[in-house]
Every structure is written in structure tokens, then in C-alpha cells.
Design a binder for this molecule. Structure first.
Ligand SMILES: Nc1ncnc2c1ncn2[C@@H]1O[C@H](COP(=O)(O)OP(=O)(O)O)[C@@H](O)[C@H]1O
Ligand SMILES: [Ca+2]
Length: 469
């Protein structure tokens, strides 16, 4: 009599053995394979310098090393000098970024410097090549992994600012402005130059994008001033500036931009006096005159003969859209196009002296230009891009997209570091806390099974006369 219930004990022993092996394996994997990263290597960093027309913005991105996807990203930003003003002194451009780069070196732990990618993208788009090579030389001297300085094309500037598949992007800089959106009516056949194709998370997108050089806020303002000074006037009554605003400006200074090439009057006086009249309607008429609506060789155009498919979906507007509309208290989603007009009518007519008293701390140059800026935005959106009272509701003014400052810098870095997954991920990686929980629960269950089996083995042993199954 060896077995009270033949076949029972070997099965139990076998299962118990497997459980022991599984438990040991589980604990070994838990201990050896998935220790949290040491503090200094827990985060990764990336630095992008956005050399725009008005200034250079420094972005330092930081994200958990375990999640190389588009989540958990934190940004630190810093405003640095603009490099385009160094066209005649390229060496100075490199030196001018020194203070900013030292800040970046402080924000990124030194143990991570060597592997932190550093990019510079220039969007000012004008006569920058000699400046860029000087800046490249300077950026090589920092401890980061410098990956080059280059001029972004208009489509790149527009499309990297575009973040979510369903949302269009509107960017208004100083020199140029971009519009990008996905449209069911656009596959590039009419206008291949406006097509950017993307493969994102397993889906293909045909993105329409266009960048209008010389239609950023500063260059557009210069265009309106050029319209009023073409015959060498010595004084100009400008409806886009407030009543009582007076400023003497130099002709050479105004026309010193490729956007106004060949437009300068032949023998102008040295200066002209700019006198504000503060008239919204007049300002809008003046702004309309810098757009050309007459020629279009496509089925539909925005302006200057540029193809634009029918607007589709919602839009996020940032950069100067945000600076200007925020100052004018017009960023709320409930604000209608009529509200914008009413606010501008009242705002532009406000005397300059009163305005300065109301906003003693606002930079004078900015304060003087919000009337123009607001009127330009309204005109660009409605006359230029064909937004209506109805579709204007689809625009949200944003400072940030998904927790990062809105703009092209994050998309640019993610693209160049191959961190935007083209294909959908099959299984989302488990976060560390989730991993530990799964391990603990499984180990506890296995331990309970073991205890239970041991208990039954013992009982079988101690009560042989009874048949227990
Ligand atoms: N706080 C602000 N208020 C008003 N205008 C601003 C402010 N900050 C920047 N600007 C202006 O908004 C425009 C766009 O700025 P930005 O997007 O930085 O331009 P860019 O990329 O061409 O350098 C520029 O004309 C700039 O001078
Ligand atoms: Ca910009």
C-alpha cells in the first residue's frame, strides 16, 4: 500500500514544483530586470533654439527616459537675442547666445550633457547663411550633442507646428505666417508644393500647409507703411495708430528689408513723421491693400494667388495671435467675430496718452502696435484665409499645445530624433509602478497556491485512512 489515491501526489508535487520555479523566476526578474533608473539618468533632455525674426527662443525639453513617446514632457524656455540682426557681424551672433546656452547647461544635469541633442532652426528666412555658419561654430563649443543649424522651409515651419491630427495650426511670427490643416479636399494634385505627408501612429495624413513670407506681423506693418510713403511723403496719417501717437521714422530703416525690395521711393527725405488717427475701418482698408485677391489659377485661393482648399476642422492659433488677442482680452472661446470688431473699433480710437496711463508697464512698442496687430489678425483670418463668422468659432487661441509651448520646435526635435512613432504601438509599455504592482500581485497569488498545496499534501499524509480527493 504505497498510495491512498494513486496519481494524486505526483500531480500535486509537479504543480508545486512549477509554482516554486515560477515564483523564483518572478522574483529574479523583478529584482534584476526592472530597477528604477538612478535619479541622474531618469530623464532625457533635448534643446532646440528657434531663431525667429524678432528673437531667438531657447526650449529645453525634459521627459522620463522610460517614455520616449509624446507624454510627460516639460519645457523650460528662455528668450535670447535675435541672430538675424547680426548679418553684418556674424561672429557677434554666436557670442550673443552665450548667456542662454549657459542657462541650458545649468538646467540639464552635467551627466546628461553629452547625449542631449541640440538643434538650431532659423525661420527668419533672409540673408542668414553667413550668420548661421558663425552660430554653428559657436554652438559646437558647448558640451551638448550639437546636430546642426539650418533654415527651415516654410512647409517645415508650418507642419512641425501642427500637432494633433484633427486640429489645424495658425502661426503668426514677425516675418512670416503659416497655416496648416488636414483637408478631405486636398491630396496635393492641384498644388503639390503645399502638401506634406505624414505617417503617424499607423495613419497617413495629407497636410495642407503654406507659409507666407513678408506677412508676419512686423513685415505686414512695414508693407502698410510702404503703401503710405511710396512718393516720399514727409508725414503720414496712419489709421492703425492711436490718436495723439507721433513718431519720427527713418526711410532707410523702414525700407531695409527684402519684403520691400524695389518699393522704396527714389529720392525720399531722411525721415517721415507717423501720426496716428486711430480708425479701425481705415486701418482694415489699408491692410487689405497689401493682399492681392485678383489672380488665382486654382479652384480657390487664399491670397496672392496661393491655393488653399476649403477650411476644415478646428484650429489652434499661437505666437502673435496669442500675444495680441490675449492683450486685447479676445482669447475667450465665446468671443465672436463681431465682438472682435467692436473691441478693435473702441481700442484703436483710444487716445495714445490715455492708453499709456492705463498700461504703464507694457513695452511701448508693443502697446503702440496692438491696434494694428488685432486689425491685421482679423483681416488675415477673414479676407486672407477665408474664415467666416461661423468658422471663426473653430479657432482656439493657445499658448501651449499638450503642455509644451506652441510652435514648431517640439515637432522638429521629435522628428529629428525619430521619436514620433510612424506605427501604432501594439502594447503600451507598462509604467514602472504598474509593473511592480503586477509582479507583487502575481507573486502573492503564487505563494498562496503554494501554501494551499503544502497544506493539502500535509493533510493527505496525516489522514491516510480517509480518502481525500
Ligand atoms: N508680448 C508680446 N506682445 C506683443 N507682441 C509680441 C510679444 N512678444 C512677441 N511679440 C511680437 O509678436 C511677433 C511674433 O513673435 P514671434 O512668434 O516670436 O516671431 P518670430 O518667430 O518671427 O521671431 C513679433 O512681431 C514679436 O515682436
Ligand atoms: Ca516663429
Amino acid at each position: 500500500m504505497k498510495e491512498a489515491s494513486p496519481g494524486y501526489r505526483p500531480v500535486t508535487v509537479f504543480v508545486a514544483g512549477i509554482a516554486v520555479i515560477a515564483l523564483v523566476a518572478l522574483v529574479t526578474v523583478a529584482v534584476v530586470q526592472n530597477k528604477p533608473l538612478p535619479k541622474s539618468t531618469r530623464y532625457r533632455y533635448g534643446i532646440v533654439l528657434d531663431a525667429g525674426s524678432s528673437h531667438t527662443a531657447l526650449y529645453v525639453y525634459k521627459w522620463p527616459a522610460e517614455k520616449d513617446n509624446n507624454t510627460g514632457r516639460v519645457t523650460q524656455t528662455e528668450s535670447c537675442p535675435g541672430i538675424s540682426s547680426y548679418a553684418s557681424n556674424p561672429q557677434g551672433a554666436g557670442d550673443s547666445l552665450r548667456e542662454c546656452m549657459l542657462k541650458a547647461a545649468k538646467w540639464v544635469p552635467s551627466s546628461r550633457h553629452g547625449e542631449t541633442p541640440l538643434y538650431l532652426g532659423a525661420t527668419a528666412g533672409m540673408r542668414l547663411l553667413n550668420v548661421l555658419s558663425a552660430v554653428e561654430g559657436a554652438l559646437h563649443s558647448y558640451p551638448f550633442s550639437f546636430r546642426g543649424a539650418r533654415i527651415l522651409s516654410g512647409p517645415e515651419e508650418g507642419s512641425f507646428g501642427w500637432g494633433q491630427a484633427t486640429t489645424g495650426a495658425l502661426d503668426l511670427g514677425g516675418a512670416s505666417t503659416q497655416i496648416s490643416f488636414v483637408s478631405a479636399h486636398f491630396n496635393g494634385s492641384q498644388s503639390p508644393g503645399n502638401l506634406m505627408t505624414f505617417r503617424l501612429y499607423g495613419n497617413d495624413y495629407d497636410l495642407y500647409t503654406h507659409s507666407f513670407l513678408c506677412y508676419g506681423k512686423d513685415q505686414a506693418l512695414r508693407q502698410t507703411l510702404a503703401r503710405q510713403t511710396q512718393s516720399g511723403q514727409s508725414s503720414v496719417s496712419d489709421p492703425c495708430f492711436h490718436p495723439g501717437y507721433i513718431r519720427v521714422r527713418e526711410y532707410s530703416d523702414l525700407y531695409n528689408t527684402p519684403c520691400l525690395a524695389d518699393l522704396a521711393p527714389r529720392t525720399p527725405p531722411t525721415n517721415f513723421t507717423l501720426l496716428g488717427t486711430g480708425n479701425f475701418q481705415g486701418c482694415q482698408e489699408l491692410i487689405k491693400s497689401i493682399f492681392n485677391f485678383t489672380q488665382c489659377r486654382y479652384s480657390r485661393c487664399s491670397f496672392n494667388g496661393v491655393y488653399q482648399p476649403q477650411l476644415q476642422g478646428s484650429f489652434e492659433a499661437f505666437s502673435a495671435y496669442n500675444y495680441v488677442l490675449d492683450f486685447l482680452n479676445l482669447t475667450d472661446t465665446s468671443v465672436s467675430l463681431e465682438d472682435v470688431k467692436a473691441r478693435l473699433r473702441e481700442y484703436c480710437a483710444t487716445p495714445w496718452s490715455l492708453l499709456q496711463k492705463q498700461h504703464p508697464t507694457t513695452k511701448r512698442k508693443y502697446l503702440a502696435e496692438y491696434c494694428f496687430g488685432g486689425t491685421y489678425i482679423l483681416t488675415l483670418l477673414t479676407e486672407g484665409f477665408n474664415f467666416t463668422a461661423d468658422t471663426y468659432k473653430d479657432i482656439t487661441v493657445v499658448r501651449q499645445i499638450k503642455g509644451s509651448d506652441a510652435g514648431w520646435t517640439l515637432g522638429y526635435m521629435l522628428n529629428l530624433t525619430n521619436m514620433i512613432p510612424a506605427e501604432a504601438q501594439d502594447t503600451p509599455p507598462l509604467p514602472y509602478a504598474g509593473y511592480v504592482s503586477v509582479m507583487v500581485v502575481t507573486a502573492v497569488v503564487l505563494a498562496l497556491i503554494l501554501l494551499f498545496l503544502a497544506y493539502r499534501l500535509q493533510r493527505t499524509h496525516c489522514s491516510k485512512p480517509h480518502k481525500i480527493v
